[in-house]
Write a protein that binds this ligand. Structure first.
Ligand code: ATP
Ligand code: PRP
Ligand code: MG
Length: 302
């Protein structure tokens, strides 16, 4: 595929592998962005929009988008800061996956218990910019200068092995469940950053003709994300309890209240956050609501 065949298409960067890949593919399907990726090809044309998907390492996406080579991208908030691209990209949507924390970790059995005790020693990381800034601040607080400063060393992966191999006194790496950290005999002593996947666009307006397509794709993706966060709750309740019921399910704007054949009762329908659905059902049951139903959303625009 050459540059001409991209023919003025909007370029949308997607992580080519790793933790964010599968979720991104689900998101594209939910937004009805149709494509077929041929084996080993990192650029592919979208069938139903003037878009080309570019599959890149997550860590490279901020600079491609920031420099305006690519119009839109999905990557981690952490790698945007690590690439120092926060001034050049705008984070349009938080996507609710790829959630983890960049943490300072040390051997659980070792003598170091605090970041101040680790300062001045050897720290291995794949996030040398963020770790460097973090320990720069700690060093300054402790007035460490010259050779006494914390030594930050870069490795590309398997960071957790560094302490056991005698390469480091501590590390800075991502933690989600903590399984990797615990398996390596490490524990966290500080959090540098919380992160999740984000949809980013270039602040370089290199292709202003794509602005409306970017808005369309952003709103479709926002719809898919919202559909995953909300459920629809429907129930019947006595008319004299409507006030209590709407306090429990206020909906996004207001609940839909419909009459029933029975004059003393109404049907109520409202969107509810998925994570609150069980609690909402308990509270509705407690005020005498009946036939409480929860429906998943396939997609929505809210
Ligand atoms: N364990 C995790 N849980 C949630 N999100 C994560 C996790 N690890 C990484 N991420 C997020 O995904 C982004 C890309 O990391 P990932 O490890 O998937 O890429 P990679 O290192 O290029 O791929 P691979 O690990 O397969 O070589 C990270 O910058 C972070 O935002
Ligand atoms: O807290 P956990 O749930 O165990 O997740 C954390 C691990 O996930 C990431 O590694 P990944 O699987 O991407 O491998 P990598 O180190 O090769 O990048 C990260 O670098 C940690 O090692
Ligand atoms: Mg990784």
């Amino acid at each position: 595929m050459n540059a001409e065949s991209l023919d003025g298409r909007l370029l949308f960067a997607i992580p080519k592998k790793g933790r964010l890949y599968e979720k991104c593919i689900e998101l594209l399907a939910g937004a009805d962005i149709q494509f077929r990726r041929h084996a080993r090809l990192d650029v592919c044309l979208v069938k139903n929009h003037p878009i080309a998907l570019v599959f890149l390492p997550a860590a490279d996406i901020p600079s491609f988008v920031g420099k305006g080579n690519v119009d839109l991208g999905i990557t981690g908030h952490d790698v945007i800061l690590e690439a120092n691209m926060q001034a050049h990209v705008s984070e349009e949507l938080r996507l609710g996956f790829g959630k983890c924390a960049l943490q300072v970790q040390v051997p659980e059995a070792g003598p170091i218990k605090t970041v101040q005790q680790l300062a001045g020693k050897r720290v291995v990381t794949s996030f040398e910019v963020l770790a460097g800034e973090y320990f720069g601040r700690v060093d300054a607080e402790l007035q460490l200068a010259g050779d006494a400063k914390t030594k930050i060393e870069y490795v590309g992966g398997s960071v957790e092995a560094a302490c056991a191999l005698g390469l480091a006194d501590g590390i800075v790496d991502l933690v989600e469940s903590g399984d990797t950290m615990r398996a390596a005999g490490l524990h966290a002593i500080a959090t540098v950053l919380d992160t999740e996947a984000v949809l980013i666009k270039s602040k370089e307006q290199k292709h202003p003709q794509h602005a409306s397509l970017i808005r369309l794709i952003t709103s479709r993706i926002a719809g898919v994300i919202a559909a995953g966060r909300y459920v629809v709750c429907e129930y019947n309740v006595r008319r004299d309890k409507v006030h209590d019921a709407t306090a429990i399910t206020p909906g996004r704007r207001a609940p839909t209240i419909s009459p029933l054949d029975d004059e003393e009762w109404v049907a109520v329908s409202a969107m509810v956050l998925k994570k609150e659905a069980a609690d909402v059902m308990d509270r509705l049951a407690a005020i005498g609501a009946e036939d409480i139903l929860i429906f998943n959303l396939d997609n929505c625009r809210v």
